[in-house]
Design a protein around this ligand. Structure first.
Ligand SMILES: [Zn+2]
Length: 251
C-alpha cells in the first residue's frame, strides 16, 4: 500500500497540538517526552543495527533510544517512537537504524518523525528566505548546517527533506554527506548534534518509572533498599548516591 504522506503530516500536526506546541516551533523532544506522565524514557547503548524500541502496556509505556547514535539521530528516533506509541496498533516495536527502510509502519514512522521535528511550512519559509539571500538563488552548505542546527536533526534527516523540496540536487546532497562536523564547527556551531551521547550519559531512565518509584517509597509500599535497587537497575545512581556533577548550581 502507498504511504499517505498527507495523513502523516496531519498526524504530526495533531500531536504537536496535543503537546501544546504550535505548528512551526522547534521541539526539545527529550524534555517533551520525559514530561509525559505515562512514558518511561530509557537511554541505552544498543547494537548499531537498532535505533530504538517502544513497548505499550495498560496506559504505561516505555520508549528506549540507542544512545550510541548521534544526538541528532536520537532526537529523530524519539519522534519515530512517538508514532508507534500514538498511531501504531502493535504493542511492541523494535526499530532498525536505517531510515526509510523496512515495513510500511517503519517507513511511516520515519516520515512522521521528519514532519514532527521539521514542520513542512516552516521549512518552506526558511528555504525561500535562505534562497533569496544567495546570489545563485540556491541554498549552500552553510544554509544546510543552519537548518539542521535549527531543527536539531542529523545531516541525513535534513538532506532527505531538502531533496523532497527539490531545492538541492542528488549530486549536491551526496557531496554534503561528508565533512559534516567540520562544516558545523567552521560556522561556529557546537559538534554536539553530530556525536553520540557522552559515555557518562549513555545509560539513563527518566519519567514515569522514576516518579512511580518515588511515589511507592513515599507511601511506604517499598523499602528504601528496594527503592535503591530499582533506581540502580534503572541506571540512576545519581539519585541513589547523589549528583556526581560537582554539586548544584542555581543560576
Ligand atoms: Zn519503528
Amino acid at each position: 500500500m502507498k504511504i499517505d504522506k498527507m495523513d502523516l503530516l496531519l498526524k504530526s500536526q495533531e500531536l504537536r497540538r496535543v503537546f501544546g506546541e504550535n505548528e512551526n516551533s522547534t521541539i526539545d523532544i527529550f524534555s517533551l517526552v520525559a514530561s509525559i506522565e505515562s512514558i518511561t524514557l530509557v537511554r541505552y547503548p544498543m547494537s548499531e543495527n537498532f535505533s530504538g524500541l517502544c513497548i505499550k502496556e495498560k496506559g504505561v509505556s516505555l520508549i528506549a533510544v540507542n544512545s550510541k547514535m548521534t544526538i541528532g539521530r536520537q532526537r529523530f528516533s524519539l519522534a519515530h517512537e512517538l508514532f508507534h506509541l500514538y498511531y501504531d496498533s502493535s504493542m511492541t516495536a523494535i526499530c532498525y537504524a536505517e531510515i526509510g527502510s523496512g515495513s510500511e509502519i517503519e517507513r511511516s514512522a520515519d516520515i512522521f518523525a521528519s514532519y514532527f521535528l521539521i514542520p513542512p511550512l516552516s521549512l518552506k519559509k526558511d528555504i525561500a528566505e535562505l534562497e533569496s539571500r544567495r546570489a545563485t538563488g540556491r541554498i549552500n552548505v552553510d544554509d544546510v548546517v543552519y537548518l539542521e542546527q535549527k531543527y536539531g536533526v542529523s545531516r541525513q534527516a535534513i538532506l532527505v527533506r531538502l531533496l523532497d523540496e527539490k531545492c538541492i540536487s542528488k549530486y549536491y546532497a551526496d557531496n554534503m554527506k561528508s565533512d559534516v562536523i567540520s562544516s558545523a564547527r567552521y560556522l561556529g556551531y557546537s559538534s554536539e548534534l553530530y556525536l553520540p551521547s557522552p559515555e557518562k550519559d549513555r545509560y539513563g531512565t527518566f519519567g514515569c518509572m522514576i516518579k512511580q518509584a518515588n511515589a511507592a517509597l513515599s507511601k511506604s509500599l517499598i523499602s528504601v533498599g528496594k527503592y535503591e535497587e530499582i533506581l540502580l537497575q534503572a541506571f540512576r545512581p545519581d539519585i541513589v548516591y547523589g549528583d556526581d556533577g560537582g554539586g548544584e548550581v542555581f543560576d
